[in-house]
Design a protein around this ligand. Sequence first.
Ligand code: 4AD
Ligand code: MG
Length: 469
Amino acid sequence: MRDGSGYCQAVVSQDGVSAEAFEEASSLTQESSFWVEGNVIKDEKQIGGYEIQVTDMGVYSIALEYPISNKEHGVTFLSNNRHLWLRSRRQWAIMRIRNEIIMGIHDFFQKDGYVQMDAPIFTGSAVEGTTTLFETDFFGQPAYLSQSGQLYGEAMAMAMGKIYTFGPTFRAEKSDTPRHLSEFWMIEPEIAFADLDMNMEVIEAFIKSVVSRIIEKCPEELAILERDVDRLKNVLQPFPRVTHNDAAKILRGELEVNGKNALKVQEEDLKNAHEQLAVVQAEIAEREEKIKTASKGERKFNEGKIIQLRKDVEILTEKTRNIPGWIESARNFSDDEDFGNSDETVLTRVFDAPVMVYNWPAKIKSFYMKEVDGNPDLVKGVDLLAPDGYGEIIGGSERETDINVLLRKIAEHELPLEAFEWYLDLRRFGSVPHAGFGLGLERVVRWVCGLDHMRETIPFPRRYGRLFP
Ligand code: 4AD
Ligand code: MG
C-alpha cells in the first residue's frame, strides 16, 4: 500500500481479522483504496522498513481494471494516461525531486538577500526573438505569452538590487525533442552592479548548492531512478570556463581538454558501441538457443532477460547510427555558429563538471547582451552546459547599458521600437551595470534525475503535439 508519503506491505491473514474484513481484503484490485488497523512490525527486509499485520480493514473504493500494470507500456500510452501515470513509483520520485529543487532554488536566493518578483505573463513585446511567440487576444490588442521575465526583472533590480523571477514561460517552437517544452518554468535572477564574471560566480555557486541539496536530501528518490550519484557529485568540482571560440576549437578537435580530444572520444564511443552490440547480440542468440530445451521456469527467466537485452540493442544501435553524424557536425562547426543538440553532447563529453561557455557571436544572441569591449562581433553571454549530454540548462549575460547600442540592436533584430521605450527608460533614468541569467527548471530536473526526456519532468507537460490530459 501507499499513501503518497511512502510504501508499506500490509498482511491480512484469515485468523487475524473478522470474516467480513477478510472478504473486503479479497475484493481489492490494483489501485483500490482502503483503511487498515493493525500492528506495526519493524522489518528491514520490507519496503519502507516496516510491515503491518492487519487486525481490521475497510474499503473506500474498488478500482476498475487499472490501465497501467507492471508490464512494459509505450510512452504514448503512458502520456495519454499522465493523470494516472503520476501515481507510479518513478514519477513519484521525479516529482519529489522537482519539489526539492524548487525549495533549493528559493533557499539559495532568499538566504542571499534576493527579492522574489512575479513578472507578467501577458506581454506586449518579444524578449527572445519573434519566431517563438504564442499570440493571444488581450481585449482586442495582440499580446504574447511571456518568453522570459528578464526585461521586467531588470526594471525591478534597479529598485531592489537583487531579484529573481520564478514563473511559467512559453515558447512556440515546433520542436519535438527531449529538451523542448512549450510551457516551462524559468528562474531568472537579475543583479545590479554585476558583470559577466560575477554572473558566472553566482551560476556556479547556485548550481552547486541546488544539486548537492538533492544528493543530500533525496537519496531514496535517486535510488529509485537508478541515478549514478557519483556523476552528479562532479558538480562539486570547479566549473570550467571556455570562450565560444575555444569551444568551437574543442569541437573540431583542434584543442584538447585534459588530454582528451572530442572527436577521438566520439570515435572511441562508436567503437565501444559496436563491440558491446556484438556482445549483447551473442548473448541473445545464446539464450534463445537455451529456451528451446529449457523448463518452463527457466524459459520465463530467459525470455525476461532477452526483453532487457533487446532494449540494450536498441540503445546501442541508435548510438552507432547517430555518432558518425555527430562527428561530422562537430568537425564542420564554424566559429559563428550556435551549438546543435549533438554539438553540446560532443562538447560536454570531454568535461566531467558542467561547463560555462562565454563570449558568444553577437549575431546568434539576443539584442540586450552587452558587447565585448573592443569587439562588437562578440557579446558577454554565458551558457551553462550540463555534463553527460544533457546540454544547456542556463542562458545568461551581462546586459547592454549603452542606449545607442540598444537602439541599433533593436533595429537590427527588427523589433518594434515603441514596445521597448519603457525598457530604454531604464537606461535613460539612472542605469547601472547589471547581469543575470535564466535557468530552465525542467532541464535541471531532467539532468538531476538522469531522464531521457523532459516529458516526465513536469506534472502535465505542454509540448509540441501534446495538450491533453
Ligand atoms: O537561453 P534562454 O532563451 O534565455 C533567456 O530567456 C534569458 N532571457 C534568460 C536571462 O538571461 N534572464 O532560456 C533560458 C533557459 C535555457 O537555458 C533553458 O534551460 C530553458 O530556459 N529553456 C527551455 N526549457 C524548456 N523548453 C524550452 N523550449 C526552453 N527554452 C529555453
Ligand atoms: Mg539559450
